[in-house]
Design a protein around this ligand. Structure first.
Ligand SMILES: Cc1ncc(COP(=O)(O)O)c(C=O)c1O
Length: 423
């Protein structure tokens, strides 16, 4: 059997030692977290940032309590480590949409109040009430299902009634609210459940001063008044998401439900960045350069050749693509930090790979396979952020972090990079 000889372009950059620039191989990371050896890519989650962000939110929300929203795998950050970090920093509640997410928190031994607010007919109400999970309810039929499940398990279910004050997503519309309240109070009198909360969700809290927030707030107050006049003894009234926690103290009531801000991203990027809000992004997405090659001017790059090299140059291959959650809409625009320089993805983002044009025909910066490229992080070292990727893709930072694929390992660090400890 003959040995396979790699084609010359594969050998070239590694066979020709790069000029000595005095830079370390991971010099694209002058100050961010290190990437563990042997991984093609990873997302490092700085749990100290999560704790600091939650502490900021606890201060801003006080005297209201904080429910850390950890749905959708904590916006892609890893639900259990984030939940523990948030509780350690003063959050008193955890919020998810689905009962399965709430049950996962209970299975991990977390016994704090957990609210699951998106309930559907035939959902797992038995396991939920048996596990002491609070349920958000928008419809009379679901109240009946929950009451039956509670009776079957011989427990009293805890429910939060949801009023639609203008988002027109889930929640009872104003015309159905009195009936929902009355029906819940009837079931409460029968001993099946207890109405512990009333809540709603804002549509435009990311636009400070928008009149809809005032009108939603007024509608929420009216709905709460009605429920209390009819006999509800509410433990918690809650309305505020991240943007409202940070900009509208009048929406705080007894409990606030921040999600994005827990992860250090700005919920009002048009108005203020994370640092101005006292937040620090917790996730750093990194990829290890798989290959470096020199190409002439006029080389079409990636599928469709939507990018052509304007001059002789060096290309670097990143082992991350839309299969990992990179938005394909950021083809040609997504920013990447490599050896201290910012680049844009050249041509199309593929399922598993993306290419950078280093605009450096001699590869003077000495980029080589094995180097670490940072796609986004806290931005404190001048590198790109999830917000930069959101702009590049025409979306929001929520989507950038939440859609990160399961193929990208999440590495949770308990201390900030200077501390160096991992969890
Ligand atoms: C009902 C509800 N509350 C709170 C949140 C958290 O919102 P944010 O991430 O903007 O803080 C969400 C997020 O979608 C939500 O649906």
């Amino acid at each position: 059997m003959t040995a396979t000889v790699p084609p010359p372009e594969d050998r070239q950059p590694d066979a020709v030692p790069p000029p000595d620039t005095g830079l370390r191989p991971d010099a694209g990371r002058p100050s961010g977290p290190a990437m563990p050896a042997g991984l093609p890519s990873c997302a490092v989650i700085d749990l100290q940032a999560v704790r600091d962000n939650v502490a900021t939110l606890v201060r801003r929300a006080g005297p209201a309590s904080v429910m850390a929203v950890v749905k959708a795998d904590a916006y892609g950050h890893g639900m259990l480590p984030v939940a523990r970090a948030a509780l350690g920093a003063g959050a008193g509640w955890l919020g998810v949409t689905q009962i399965s997410e709430a049950l996962a928190l209970r299975s991990a031994g977390l016994s704090v109040p957990v609210l699951a607010w998106l309930t559907v007919p035939g959902d797992a109400y038995g396991p939920a009430v048996a596990a002491g999970i609070d349920l958000g309810i928008s419809r009379r039929g679901i109240l009946d299902e929950v009451a039956r499940a509670a009776a079957a398990h011989n427990v009293t279910a805890r429910v939060h009634l949801k009023i639609d004050t203008g988002l027109h997503r889930n929640g009872a519309v104003a015309a159905h609210w009195p009936d929902l309240v009355d029906h819940a109070l009837k079931l409460q009198a029968e001993g099946c459940l207890r109405v512990v909360g009333a809540f709603s969700h804002l549509a435009l809290s990311d636009v400070p001063g928008h009149p809809l927030t005032d009108s939603q707030l007024a509608a929420f107050r009216q709905a709460v008044d009605l429920a209390e006049r009819r006999g509800a003894e509410l433990e918690v009234r809650h309305l505020a998401n991240s943007a409202a926690v940070l900009t509208r103290p009048d929406t705080h009531f007894d409990l606030v439900r921040p999600g994005l801000a827990v992860y250090g991203l700005s919920p009002l990027p048009q108005v203020a960045g994370p640092a101005e809000l006292g937040l620090r992004p917790a996730m750093t997405l990194m990829g290890r350069i798989a290959q470096v090659k020199r190409v002439p001017a006029g080389a079409g790059v990636s599928y469709g050749h939507t990018y052509t090299t304007p001059a002789p140059t060096t290309l670097a291959l990143i082992p991350l693509g839309y299969g990992d959650g990179l938005p394909r809409h950021a083809s040609g625009t997504g920013p990447v930090l490599l050896r201290g320089r910012r680049h844009r993805i050249a041509g199309r983002i593929c399922m598993d790979q993306s290419v950078l044009d280093l605009a450096d025909p001699e590869n003077r910066t000495g980029v080589c396979s094995g180097d670490v490229a940072v796609l986004f992080g806290d931005g404190l070292d001048g590198g790109p952020t999830a917000e930069d990727w959101a702009r590049a893709a025409g979306t929001i930072s929520y989507e950038i972090v939440t859609r990160l694929g399961s193929r990208v390992p999440r590495i949770h660090r308990a201390l900030d990079p200077a501390g160096g400890a991992g969890s």
